[in-house]
Design a binder for this molecule. Sequence first.
Ligand code: SR1
Ligand code: MG
Length: 415
Amino acid sequence: PFEALSVETLAARLGRTAALTSRIGENASAWKVREVGDGNLNLVFIVEGEKGAAVVKQALPYVRLVGDSWPLPLKRSFFEYHALTRQQARAPGSVPEIYHFDEGQALIVMEYLSPHVILRKALIEGRQLPNIATDIGLFMARTLFRGSDLSMPTKERKADLALFADNVELCDITENLVFSDPYFDAKMNRHTSPQLDGLVAELRADRDLKVEAQRMKHLFAANAETLLHGDLHSGSIMVTEAETRMIDPEFAFYGPMAFDVGMLLANFWMAFFSQRGHEHDGDRATTRVYLIDVIVDTWSIFRKEFSHLWRTERTGILYQKSLFEDQGDQLGAEQALEQMLHSIWTDMLGFAGIEIHRRILGLAHNADFETIADQDLRANCEAKVLKFGRQLVVNRRQIHSIEEVNALAILMEKG
Ligand code: SR1
Ligand code: MG
């Protein structure tokens, strides 16, 4: 039966797991074990032996953030493991190496990334990582394209669609916490009060916003386009100056391509709007400029790589070459590509706005704002980004370029 690991029991329980001992050393009594999980759901241990170190991640049968009053199935570990193997195949080098998976104990033993830190933490500190736009843009294009009917053999894709369709409970978290709770007085919601009370009431009374939020939820639930990471925010990315790795794909399922892109860019926009709250720690004007550049570059690298894959790897059942290039119609496939990128763009903006709202109004907040000690300053940053998020959701069809969105962000951030 399943048993949660602890710092005290881990060495005894995993001391004979060859995939671990071969990497970190066989003398388990000398292992040093620390629990470092700071996420909302799981246990995460770093285990150091004589030869090296590894990470052991274990799902709990409940939501760690809330406790055992909110049960959550262990099978999320199975989906995380299978998502990681697919991401590694589709975007080699972008995720941690997996050493061992134990389905019954819901645990994954994987590479210890060091000296990597969580991207969100680095951005809060005002650090400027040079490679994130390229690394994340490529990761998104490769995984989203190669997990879809544009690329995969249809039988294989349908099998994966069915496999990940069982990740019901984690989809349910997103469907409720992200797309619905922020827009009504849901039980687990919280926000900076009383400073935001007026604006929160305004947003919850905003019919256009609510209709569009439900439109985005509809897309999320019904458009099974590709295998998503499913929770691609800056807390799911580990970085050094030279390297970027995506972690934690336990929310993986078949959904719309724009969801991962929107969630990611939303977290960059939130990093941008929260910088003013961290100015006691050094001037953040250059960090803001850096973040704007990162947003432009991430979108443009995503677009470029997606287009490249479209032109060179379109081997699936959609928009076959036999209909276009093989008939001498070079423009047809380009026209279809433009249409596809356009709908990813529009939907990405909608998902981004909603991700921003839920991080300020819902249950799961971002350290970007949570770590601003001055509550008036925090609420001021939050109010600006909430209004920006509303523009993205409601006006997404009228916004035509990333430069246009950033110009809006710069204007609204100045306030
Ligand atoms: C109850 S889980 C709350 C959030 O944590 C995860 O990281 C997801 O973002 C989820 O929405
Ligand atoms: Mg997570």
